[in-house]
Design a protein around this ligand. Sequence first.
Ligand code: ZN
Length: 333
Amino acid sequence: MTNQFVDLEKNQIAKLEHESNHKLPIWYHTLYTDGIHPDARFPRERYTKLVNQLQAPQHTDKFIIKQPIKASRDELIMAHDPTYVDNFLTQKLTEKEIKRIGLTPWTPNIIPRTLLLMGGAIAALDHVMKCGGIAGNMAGGTHHAHYNFGSGYCIFNDLAVCSRLALSKYQLTRIAIIDFDVHQGDGTATILQNVDEVLTISMHCQQNFPFRKSESDFDLVLPANAGDDEVLAVVARALDITREFDPELILFQAGVDGLATDALGKLNMSRLGMSKRNEMVFELVQELSIPAVVFMGGGYSKPISHTIDAFSDLFLSAYRANNQILSRINLAT
Ligand SMILES: [Zn+2]
């Protein structure tokens, strides 16, 4: 083989390697942090810390950070009471309604923050529906927001709005919501209670908020202090249920507040166990070769670095799975 051919071959390999490296798109806006008042009892710095970690030099080939646009009123009312939506947008929610949501004291920026957060989820959905693979939003997973009220740090329900959009705009007929946050996805369950096209699975800790639980299609309940082995056995069950449903799209609420170090969650998971959990979800996404959107969910470790590391592991796993899926799609076309 002449040198010329060797060079040609090298170039082709380099080109193939380049083409097979698909960055994971993640939506993010500085208002995810700055739209929350600094005095709020919420670790708002988790978003800036995570984006910094994902933009470290060793990850420049892995993630593409995209800026969302605001969700529209029409999109929000697909899953919410128009009066509730309008009251929020015109700052007419009562003190009681605001207190139930939390994140107080509110700054006027809570409004654009909420609309951008919802827009980030919608953009991630649109992306995977057009291009396939996996995409994520670096906030959200707002599963405690109900049809006509918010609660537990959640104003509008991004999982429910994205489900409704996937049904109407993309005419899907089978969507699976896999919610592994330590808290039950009560708002998602009630909003989508009578929607047969959307499977709602919530694995959560019985002793955690909300204390009055809703009814998901499948509630997989863990006792306080459950560790990796116990949790991962239930994860496997949740994924068997999902496989049986044969979804065309997976919406993954990937809260990491099941870590032992979490200040709110009562489970006892290690960083490794949490990472294994995510790998299991992405293995199923790869097996089914369907689009998937990652919603961040809760994470309140003390110190917050444990939460950031767990979310960083999450997006790294998502990147690897996405790269494999898109490489396969490219080979097939
Ligand atoms: Zn949570």
